[in-house]
Design a protein around this ligand. Structure first.
Ligand code: UT7
Length: 322
């Protein structure tokens, strides 16, 4: 049994903020943000928009795209670090809002690597036959946990949700490989200033930007090389690369070091900024029309922890689809 990605959906808050619309008090500029990160705008949730409301809308769009009903879903996994409540899991709210009365729902926390971590979990469940059809949603209201006075972090992040329907099928298509990693010795390089058990607050995001930058390039490249080796592929065999969307300079470095053709790399951070766990599914949604023609699609993630991971997904056996 293989895990086949059959539908994609997204949801963004209504309010879009361009670089030029950021507060003058931040002492930043469109020129700096564009040159150093590639980000041009981000979407910011209003008070009435929450991680679960974005997740539900993205999920409904993914179900529509997959042409299946919510009743077909027996597992809901939400990757987030900005859930609606300390408990219950945001995934259970999604389950309720979609009217799903069976199966299971839970959240996972792996920051920006959350989607690839969730895919690995769901793939394992599907391969063992425990679940038949899952919704994986990366959803964040990251704007709630940034310090809006700290220009070195707040300009980088945005809110949004991306959802994918993953179905068990007897086929050679689908998830071919998924490998997740973490290195806990780096927790202090990217973390919040508080938490439930320490400060009884969520805290705000603190990041040692340059260290995260270096590590992201090193580990995403390493994960890509391992994926190629483990699957007996060369970089030319990749049809589409969907990396975590944090900084275009990180993506450029991965292109340079791996030798992959630039046109095969999906970049959406100019539109959404860094949406943490939502960044990969939002990017997948952007390219959903071309995905099903691709043979080898690679996902690469890196986030707080540090956590990182890589996945190889086959959407078509037809090489002429390239
Ligand atoms: O999603 C998890 C993964 N996250 C990431 O992958 C993020 C990784 N890190 C980065 O993308 C980059 O390190 C940043 C975008 C965060 C920072 O870029 P950088 O080129 O590493 O800049 P820097 O931190 O070395 O700062 C350079 C200068 C500093 O000024 P001085 O000390 O040289 O005078 C900063 O104060 O840029 C200044 N600066 C800003 N200036 C205008 C920092 N943020 C801003 C800003 N606007 N928003």
């Amino acid at each position: 049994m293989n895990s086949v990605l059959i539908g994609f959906g997204a949801s963004l808050p209504k309010k879009r903020i361009l670089n030029t619309e950021l507060s003058p008090d931040l002492n930043t500029s469109d020129e700096w943000i564009t040159r150093r990160t590639g980000i041009k705008q981000r979407y910011i949730a209003s008070e009435s928009e929450t991680t679960s409301s974005l997740a539900v809308e993205a999920a409904k769009n993914a179900l529509k795209h997959a042409k299946i009903s919510a009743d077909d879903i027996d597992l809901v996994v939400v990757a987030t670090v900005t859930g609606d409540y300390t408990f219950p899991a945001t995934a259970t709210i999604v389950q309720r809002e979609l009217g799903i009365k069976h199966g299971a729902a839970f959240d996972i926390s792996a920051a920006c690597s959350g989607f690839v971590y969730a895919l690995d979990i769901v793939d394992s469940y599907i391969k063992t036959g425990k679940f038949k059809c899952a919704l994986i949603i990366g959803a964040e209201t990251f704007s709630r946990i940034v310090d809006w006075k700290d220009r070195s972090t707040c300009v980088l992040f945005g809110d949004g949700a991306g959802a994918v329907v993953v179905q068990a099928q007897e086929t050679s298509l689908g998830v071919q490989y998924c490998k997740i990693r973490s290195a806990g010795e780096f927790i202090d390089s990217l973390k919040t200033s508080g938490g439930i058990s320490t400060t009884q607050t969520s805290g705000v995001t603190m990041m040692e930007g340059r260290e995260v930058f270096r590590f992201a390039i090193e580990k995403m490249n390493e994960a890509l090389q391992q994926l190629l080796l483990d699957n007996n592929l060369s970089v030319e065999d990749i049809d589409l690369l969907v990396p975590h969307q944090a900084n275009s300079r990180i993506i450029d470095k991965i292109i340079e070091e791996s030798g992959i053709t630039k046109e095969k790399v999906v970049v959406t951070l100019n539109k959404h900024a860094n949406t943490s766990a939502a960044s990969i599914p939002l990017a997948l949604n952007e390219v959903k029309d071309e995905l099903f023609k691709k043979k080898n699609v690679v996902l690469l993630s890196m986030g707080a922890g540090f956590t990182w991971g890589a996945a190889l997904i086959k959407f078509s056996n037809n090489i002429s689809g390239r």
